[in-house]
Design a protein around this ligand. Structure first.
Ligand code: BGC
Ligand code: BGC
Length: 792
């Protein structure tokens, strides 16, 4: 990201005011401080900063929660966009708007200061966790679960380089990646962000991404053109929570835990990672955001990390005794930057007060500010105040999803495919007539998973127009078949008139992110793919199963029914990489980074004991040795998931809907001003359109005790013109604003936690003051960590 000084000087001469040197803005003291002497220069800056501006360096709000005027007034040290926000209120804003926003905030942050106070430019952090995927048209690389299967550090370094360039196109400085979690329980919703269950596999791959993003240590362009700041996250224990519960509790002997979960950090630190994100989880009862022994003594002391520690999304608010706006504990424990998406003002005021009253010693504040400034200095942000749009690669929109970057992604897809079974149907015969089935086959959203354009990905994006320049798995197969003199047809439901030579069935998990992806077991329940495989089996059509998932799952039924089975993970925008392997154009070299479960219950979740396929398993295309018939019994499939209230168009036992005093069985019917009709989302009448007459209410409740947060997949066609509310237990949440934001978009999710609806209760009542309608696809309940925010 650092601008080349000469080029900048020239630009200044030509364009006049596009850049302002720090020398011009600051006093001669800053200018004369030796650039090589980081510490002296940082100390000089800190010495001249006001208390308020120092604290602001530690405050990281999200875009949309502050204006350029706020930036000029407070001078936030950094800000983030988060998974569900784009610039100027548009999640799908074009890249030029991202860059315009970067410029606007940068300019606001470098306005002259009064007196001797130094000017410190802000920086922007983003979650480019599998490419710069918050931005339309970016290359979408496979998620880490797939990259781990490649074992290819050089490839991952090149992915880092390509990602850094795409980030620079939009004027952003800092990436919250790589995730170096060592997922131990695949029920965890973030398993796909983990390269492997084995720290020895994770460590070199995480380090390689750091090198790709930042540049290599000792090289002149490190943190310069083509590079951004990287973040190793989440320190530590994110992948080790009990039962894989996101943000949960990790228990055990601390040295044993370090040996697994802290193991990737020395490699990332050796690679020069400039930032580390603290983890949401607790270890032996203490939240990491308040754990000085681990955040300071281990990370900085033992491991020698000298960059900055950034918090996770209101993670400080989860520390015992803290709230989102009051948490000296985190700073005292070694956190440098508070990620405080919305409540930044309250936190800023509290921290200022706490330094004044001595709760936080000035030396602690100064150390944290120094660490932030040191990283900025290394990134070249303090040398010359170059507007983001004047930096290398900025505004070069053709680099976003460039042919070259997509080629790297396609290579990664091919190398990440893991072949679990092949009775000889693979490689697909040249000239074959291929039928491609399954609703996932042509869905780039499903192939990309969470953290794709939106936080949760998928649900709102089941239209490939959101992905210009991308290739679905179907399209990749079609192109390959035609190039080989054969043909391919897409038939999502598997119907055909001319019997095909072979059917490729693409199916798998729907996108999710973080806690929304937590599961109670690893049984893969959706039977669309299974039905297709069995249908083709009965019709004598050989099949290839392509399984899209963020983790290994129990798919014994599908493995039995298919003639070949490929674990495809979450490949992203370059579906042609799947065809490369299926056709044999590229050899199958992917090896499992996670052990594959043999049974559908709760184990084995990790490790070789009883695994169906162990870490390292993956067939070559030439290995056609038979796979024994697998046990298809699965009690978990029969047991009713108590947590599901409304799924696939049905209520779980004990869940009822009422309007007035009339029962609406399976959420269907009309009474007391409420009309609920079946509509199709993924399957026939699996969802409901619910219309309200003015003042009408609908209650959905479960008899007997339930527990957990509510996750509701919904869609709002037209914004409400009068208030709409949701009463949860005895707390009422105003939905008017979230429903207005959601209006005219596609399906999305709301998660109602105790944070906005204390107690949670066992009933949901929607009430609309005006005539209004919205759609519901599913209602489920799930356990989330205490303090988890409500989201809409
Ligand atoms: C996630 C982080 C992410 C942050 C910012 C958090 O919820 O845990 O991985 O970097 O949000 O989007
Ligand atoms: C944000 C994500 C964040 C999550 C945490 C979402 O609304 O967009 O960036 O990770 O909330 O709960």
């Amino acid at each position: 990201m650092r601008a080349i000084l000469l080029a900048t000087a020239a630009a200044m001469g030509l364009a006049g005011c596009t850049t302002v040197s720090s020398e011009a803005r600051n006093t001669p003291r800053a200018a004369s401080a030796p650039v090589s002497d980081e510490d002296a220069r940082v100390a000089d800056l800190v010495a001249r900063m006001s208390l308020e501006r120092k604290v602001a360096q530690l405050i990281q709000p999200q875009i949309g929660s502050f204006t350029a005027e706020d930036m000029e007034r407070y001078r936030f040290g950094s800000y983030l966009n988060g998974g569900n926000r784009g610039p100027y209120g548009d999640e799908f804003a074009p890249a030029s708007e991202w860059l315009r926003h970067a410029d606007e905030m940068h300019v606001a942050s470098v306005q002259p200061m009064e007196g001797d106070e130094p000017v410190i430019p802000t920086m922007w952090g983003t979650d480019a966790v599998h490419g710069h995927t918050n931005v339309v048209r970016a290359t979408i690389f496979p998620h880490n679960v797939g990259l781990g299967a490649t074992r290819d550090a050089d490839l991952i370094r090149r992915i880092g380089e390509a990602t850094a360039v795409e980030i620079e196109v939009t004027g952003i400085d800092w990436n919250f990646s790589p995730t170096v979690a060592v997922a131990q329980d695949d029920r965890w919703g973030r398993t796909y962000e983990s390269y492997s269950e084995d720290p020895a596999i994770v460590a070199p791959l995480g380090a390689a991404l750091v090198e790709g993003l930042q540049g290599r240590k000792g090289e002149a362009d490190r943190l310069g053109a083509g590079h951004v700041i990287a973040t190793a996250k989440h320190f530590f224990g994110d992948g080790g929570t009990d039962q894989g519960v996101d943000q949960g509790e990790v228990t055990g002997d601390i040295e044993a835990l370090k040996a697994i979960h802290a193991a990737p950090y020395p490699a990332a630190i050796a690679a020069g990672v400039e930032s580390v994100m603290a983890s949401f989880n607790s270890i032996n009862g203490r939240k990491m955001h308040g754990n000085k022994e681990l955040l300071t003594d281990v990370l900085r002391g033992e491991l020698g990390f000298d960059g900055l520690v950034v918090g996770d999304w209101n993670g400080h608010g989860q520390v015992a005794g803290c709230t989102n706006t009051d948490c000296p504990q985190s700073l005292l424990a070694g956190l440098d930057i508070y990620m405080v998406p919305d409540e930044w003002k309250g936190l800023h005021d509290t921290l200022v007060r706490q330094v004044r009253d001595g709760t936080i010693p000035m030396t602690v504040l100064d150390e944290a500010v120094s660490r932030v400034l040191r990283v900025k200095m290394r990134a070249g942000l303090l040398d010359e105040f170059v507007k983001p749009s004047d930096r290398p690669n900025a505004g070069e929109y053709e680099l976003l999803g460039s042919r070259e970057h997509r080629a790297i992604a396609r290579e990664a897809v091919a190398k990440s495919q893991v072949l679990l079974k092949n009775d000889g149907v693979l490689p697909l015969a040249e000239g074959a007539n291929i039928l491609v089935a399954g609703s996932a086959a042509d869905s780039i959203a499903q192939a990309s998973g969470g953290w794709t354009l939106t936080w949760q990905g998928g649900l709102e994006l089941d239209n490939n127009e959101h992905f210009p320049g991308a290739t679905s798995i179907w399209k990749g197969l079609k192109d390959a078949a035609e190039a080989g003199g054969g043909s391919a047809v897409l038939s999502a439901d598997g119907s055909y008139t001319d019997k095909p030579d072979v059917a490729v069935v693409v199916f798998g998990e729907e996108p999710y992110a973080e806690f929304a992806g937590d599961r109670k077991d690893l049984a893969f329940r959706d039977e669309e793919g299974l039905g297709l495989l069995r249908k083709f089996e009965a019709e004598g059509v050989p099949t290839v199963a392509v399984f899209l998932s963020g983790r290994p799952m129990w798919v014994n039924r599908e493995l039995n029914a298919a003639d070949a089975f490929v674990a495809s993970w979450l490949p992203g925008s370059e579906g042609a990489g799947v065809a490369d392997v299926l056709t044999g154009a590229v050899p199958a070299t992917g090896k499992l980074g996670f052990s594959w479960p043999a049974t559908c219950d709760y184990g084995p979740l990790n490790g070789p004991e009883g695994a169906l396929f162990m870490v390292g398993y993956g067939r070559a295309l030439t290995d056609t040795s038979p796979l024994r018939r697998l046990d298809e019994n699965c009690d978990a499939l029969l047991a009713h998931e108590g947590a599901e209230w409304f799924v696939n168009g049905r209520f779980a036992d004990g869940v009822i809907a009422t309007a007035g005093s009339t029962d609406l069985p399976d959420l269907r019917g009309s009474a007391a001003g409420v009309t609920a009709i079946g509509i199709d989302r993924n399957a026939q009448e699996d969802s409901r359109e619910i219309a309200f007459a003015p003042g009408a209410s609908l209650t959905i409740a479960q008899e007997g005790a339930g527990s957990g947060a509510y996750r509701i997949v919904y869609r709002v066609k037209r914004r409400p013109t009068q208030p709409v509310s949701l009463t949860v237990g005895d707390v009422t949440v105003d939905l008017t604003h979230p429903f207005s934001v959601a209006a005219e978009k596609d399906w999305r999710e709301m998660v109602i936690t105790g944070q906005c609806a204390a107690g949670l209760g066992d009933s949901l009542t929607f009430t609309s003051q005006g005539a209004f309608s919205f759609d519901i696809a599913t209602i489920t309940r799930e356990e989330v960590a205490e303090g988890t925010d409500c989201s809409f």
